[in-house]
Design a binder for this molecule. Structure first.
Ligand code: C2E
Ligand code: CA
Length: 555
């Protein structure tokens, strides 16, 4: 047997790692030796193999075979200097795992290959510990038996971790993850396990715990997360949410446990941010609805936006009490789900990256509608809503301009409403685009104004035309004890006037509120008191009534 196999160096290297395997092939005899750990892990016949290339090829995932074969033939033919390729290989338990295979050929004086040697590294996250935090990886989940042990699993996720990274940078992001993982580990009871689940999600397996213990633990974690102290003394506050699942009651296998944990965390993040939410049937139903909603929405989009419709809610001119225009509000009915409100389906569209396509459809319908009405009722001020994501689409500006041209609409009758709650990441670019759209005549409105400090901040750098005062200040204006709301609204409108902005008061729900806001000198009014959002036909009926009223007056 060749000397290359029988040296102590081979033994020493082979024993050095559980994850990295070595192989040496005597190319004259076509016999190779593999390290023992590799033989065991992949279930090879033995340390010494004849025709190893073919034996090994049978372990490679069929989809990756071409990549492997091309690379290895390149090396043997001398076209490639090193074998270096990643593919999936079947291990002893029949599972395909990702490996990185590197090797090189040693040749004799005539250039004939004599030895091929290299390393095979498992890169599929099979390593026991996470390299950043030092916590166990999810691979360890395989070793727990959730059917026979009882306890509670918590999946803890950071809220808005991407925002943290964009505020503090990647390095600080890593530091926060490390620090946070230490805090979690430090607060665990003996016997509990902490695993890094994914980027900013941590899994706590609280074996033998009860609800009270776990709830107390979560509260302590929240407290620590509020004031994480970094190495350089800086303090960073992060908010977290968590999903909880009891095992074995609610999950007696790894797959079910992970599934339910993910649904519970998703529910907590969307509905009860900051809280620990335990899995329930309601969460399962909500998740199921979300999936159906997503499929139905995709189907509608594919089907030429079948099921989508615009409703229109009038803007009232407070001086004369007639309709000056309308806000276009999206409605949707799916094949299976017929009762979804915009708050729900727009979020799904945003989450799954479909909002732009739908948003551009809304833009076109709104502008087309303005043109259609103009010929019958005269110019109306028509607004539509845009999500921040849509504004980031490079084609937004050009599409708005060309759409107005296509329907012969003067852009000054189009208002683009930007929801205030969005987190603006590229303020300069956005301000520049708004500036250019305004030069074309488009009007820009800041929606839901007044709900956050960000409103004022945005006014400083964003060129806009209209401010829409948030519902919540208006709705209860007529209720006793709401003088503060009145002062806030009055001051906001005064600020608008001084800064030269128009204002729209929305959420005028009844006559009493209408009387109060009537004295505030807003540019336009909107709310259920005048009309709920209605379909095109009903809106046209309102316009007809208005027209008849005006004609009556002028007689
Ligand atoms: P928003 O832009 O703040 O729209 C106003 C919402 O207030 C509408 O809800 C409207 O029906 C409701 N509303 C109107 N008057 C009153 C009132 O007097 N009292 C009360 N309580 N509510 C009133 P809607 O139609 O359910 O829309 C909800 C949100 O969905 C909108 O809030 C907007 O942010 C979003 N949205 C609607 N259509 C679109 C769209 O085409 N694109 C995008 N990106 N978002 C849209
Ligand atoms: Ca709006």
């Amino acid at each position: 047997m060749s000397d290359v196999f029988n040296n102590e160096l081979f033994e020493a290297f082979a024993a050095a790692s559980d994850n990295v395997y070595i192989y040496v092939c005597d190319m004259k005899t076509d016999i190779s030796r593999w390290s023992k750990a590799g033989v065991d892990y992949f279930g090879l016949e033995g340390e010494y193999l004849k025709d190893a290339a073919n034996v090994w090829a049978r372990h490679i995932h069929p989809d990756d075979l071409v990549v492997y074969t091309e690379d290895i033939t390149g090396v043997f033919s001398g076209k490639k200097k090193y074998h270096d390729c990643q593919y999936r290989a079947r291990n002893a338990s029949g599972t395909y795992v990702w490996v990185e295979c590197k090797g090189s050929v040693i040749r004799d004086a005539e250039g004939n290959p004599i030895i091929f040697a290299g390393l095979m590294t498992r890169i599929d996250g099979q390593s026991k510990y996470d390299s950043l935090t030092g916590l166990l990886t999810t691979q360890e989940m395989h070793y727990f038996d959730f059917a026979s042990q009882s306890g509670i699993a918590l999946l803890i996720g950071m809220d808005g971790f991407r925002k943290i990274i964009s505020n503090y940078g990647y390095n600080t992001g890593d530091e926060i993850l490390i620090k946070f993982s230490r805090e979690i580990s430090g607060l665990c009871n003996p016997g509990w396990k902490v695993l890094r689940f994914s980027g900013d999600e941590f899994l706590v397996l609280a074996f033998g715990s009860d609800l009270q213990e776990v709830t107390d633990f979560y509260e302590k974690i929240c407290g620590e997360a509020d004031i994480l102290k970094l190495e350089d003394g800086r303090k960073v506050g992060i908010s977290i949410s968590a999903g909880g699942v009891l095992f074995p009651q609610d999950a007696d296998s790894r797959e079910v446990l992970i599934n339910k944990l993910e649904h519970s965390l998703e529910y907590a993040k969307n509905n009860r941010r900051g809280s620990l939410v335990f899995f329930s049937e309601e969460i399962a139903a909500k998740h199921e609805r979300g999936l159906v909603l997503r499929e139905d929405l995709k189907q509608s989009i594919k089907n030429d936006f079948k099921g989508f419709e615009l409703f229109f809610q009038p803007f009232i001119n407070p001086d004369v009490g007639t309709i000056a225009g309308c806000e276009c509000l999206l409605r949707w009915k799916g094949e299976r789900i017929k009762d979804s409100y915009p708050m729900e389906f727009i979020k799904v569209l945003e989450d799954y990256g479909d909002i732009n396509e739908v948003g551009f459809w809304v833009m076109e319908q709104a502008i087309r509608q303005q043109a259609a009405w103009r010929d019958i009722y005269g110019e109306l001020q028509v607004s539509f809503n845009v999500s921040y994501q849509q504004l980031l689409d490079e084609t937004f500006e050009e599409r708005a301009i060309s759409c107005a041209e296509k329907y012969g609409v003067n852009p000054k009758y189009i208002i683009i409403e930007l929801t205030e709650s969005c987190q603006v990441e590229a303020p300069k670019e956005l301000a520049a685009m708004f500036g250019r759209l305004r030069e074309h005549g488009f009007k820009i409105a800041l929606d839901d104004f007044g709900t956050a400090y960000a409103s004022m901040e945005m006014l400083k750098w964003l060129p806009v035309d209209y401010i829409k005062v948030e519902h919540s200040f208006i709705r209860e204006l007529a209720q006793p004890g709401h003088d503060v709301d009145y002062v806030i609204v009055d001051s906001l409108l005064e600020m608008c006037r001084r800064l030269g902005y128009h204002s729209i008061i929305e959420g005028v729900e009844d006559g009493k509120v209408a009387d109060i806001v009537g004295d505030l000198n807003a540019t336009l009014l909107q709310g259920y008191h005048y009309s709920r959002p209605v379909c095109r036909k009903d809106f046209e009926r309102l316009l007809d009534e208005d027209r008849e009223l005006c004609e009556g007056h002028s007689k």
